[in-house]
Design a binder for this molecule. Structure first.
Ligand SMILES: Nc1ncnc2c1ncn2[C@@H]1O[C@H](COP(=O)(O)OP(=O)(O)OP(=O)(O)O)[C@@H](O)[C@H]1O
Length: 339
């Protein structure tokens, strides 16, 4: 990879016998939005703390913007903005006052403070409430103020630990889109940890799937999907205007298409398992044979399915592992079901 700004090399952290992070190697290039995904206890926060030099690795290294995070934590902190999973403010101070205070702590010159704070609040969409006290802010507004606190020092990288925790679903989407927009406009590199699979899918360039301290897979959604499901049949769903009795009725029409292996019919829907993407041939054959089509859908695997597939494979492999994957499975899905 060309010029990675974050480089983790065999990064490992043990707490007694527990390997919280297990030989993690990862590179993130400038400007990328990377999602670290995993259930409770997967090791996401521990990884982030090592990248910031806030906890020492047992072995391996974390290099951020060319600095070894363990040896040069101050240099890393100067250029990296970090938003922990729970952000604290002075509730009696307004949004602007809070941000001016953070700016001062970050060494921004007094003459520039107020202007920079106002600018940053508008960047995160809080311009209308700059004089409101932080104590009355909703969770979503607090997260925006937290992001402003991170952005005011104009970092090169921002690291957000579970930034969407506690925000309602529409707020989550807006907030993640705001993060992506900041990344695109400012060339910011973003690393965020999350278990919000669907939303993360929409904003991250790449994701890493992290379970039991190990990175099981990394890549774009398309790459992960391709690697995982390459040997699976290609599914095409066709909606017809009229109900068909059973698959046999339509089989003669489609049997000419080489890669169609299985046809199922339920009501007005046909599901075809194919060895290759022959969607266009299927549609052509049906139309030629006077079937009225109302919809065609090519199945694309989403992050939930990708995650589950990796997770299930991992579960099989680690069955005898003392760190019960069943625990991770349960805790992950419990956490998701609470959303
Ligand atoms: N200071 C510590 N001492 C002992 N064990 C720890 C410590 N910090 C974390 N752990 C353990 O390390 C493992 C990884 O924890 P970590 O907080 O990094 O996971 P996570 O993926 O961020 O999960 P969560 O979403 O719940 O925060 C867990 O089993 C946790 O109990």
């Amino acid at each position: 990879m060309k010029d990675p700004v974050i480089e983790l090399h065999n990064l490992t952290k043990c707490y007694g016998k527990l390997k919280a992070v297990d030989e993690l190697s990862l590179q993130i290039p400038k400007g990328e939005v990377f999602g670290l995904l995993g259930p409770n206890g997967a090791g996401k926060s521990t990884t982030i703390l090592m990248m910031l030099g806030l906890t020492e690795p047992t072995s391996g290294s974390a290099t951020v913007l060319g600095f070894n995070a363990t040896k040069n934590p101050i240099d890393v902190k100067r250029k990296v903005g970090y938003m922990p999973d729970s952000v604290g403010f002075y509730n009696q101070l307004t949004a602007l006052e809070n941000l001016v205070y953070t700016g001062r702590l970050n060494g921004i010159a007094a003459g520039e403070l107020r202007r920079r704070a106002m600018e940053t609040l508008s960047q995160v969409g809080l311009e209308a409430v700059i004089h409101k006290k932080a104590g009355v802010f909703s969770r979503g507004m607090k997260q925006r103020l937290g992001l402003a606190q991170v952005l005011i020092k104009q970092p090169e990288i921002i690291i957000l630990d579970e930034p969407t925790l506690g925000i309602d679903p529409s707020g989550v989407k807006e907030f993640l889109l705001l993060i992506r927009q900041q990344s695109r406009q400012q060339g910011l590199t973003v690393l965020l940890s999350s278990h919000h699979l669907h939303q993360v899918q929409q904003v991250c360039d790449r994701v890493g799937i992290f379970v039991g301290g190990k990175l099981l897979a990394e890549g774009s959604i398309d790459t992960l999907s391709h690697n995982l499901f390459a040997s699976d049949p290609f599914l095409v769903e066709v909606e017809l205007e009229d109900t068909i009795a059973d698959a046999k009725a339509v089989a003669p029409v489609l049997k000419e298409i080489q890669f169609v292996k299985k046809i199922q019919a339920t009501g007005k829907q046909l599901t075809l398992s194919c060895e290759q993407d022959v969607t266009a041939d299927i549609v052509r054959q049906l139309v030629v044979n006077n079937y009225a089509i109302t919809g065609v859908h090519r199945k694309r695997y989403d992050l939930d399915e990708i995650y589950q597939r990796y997770f299930e494979d991992n579960l099989k492999e680690q069955f005898s592992n003392e760190k019960s994957s069943g625990f991770f499975h349960r805790s992950f899905f419990r956490k998701r079901s609470r959303q």
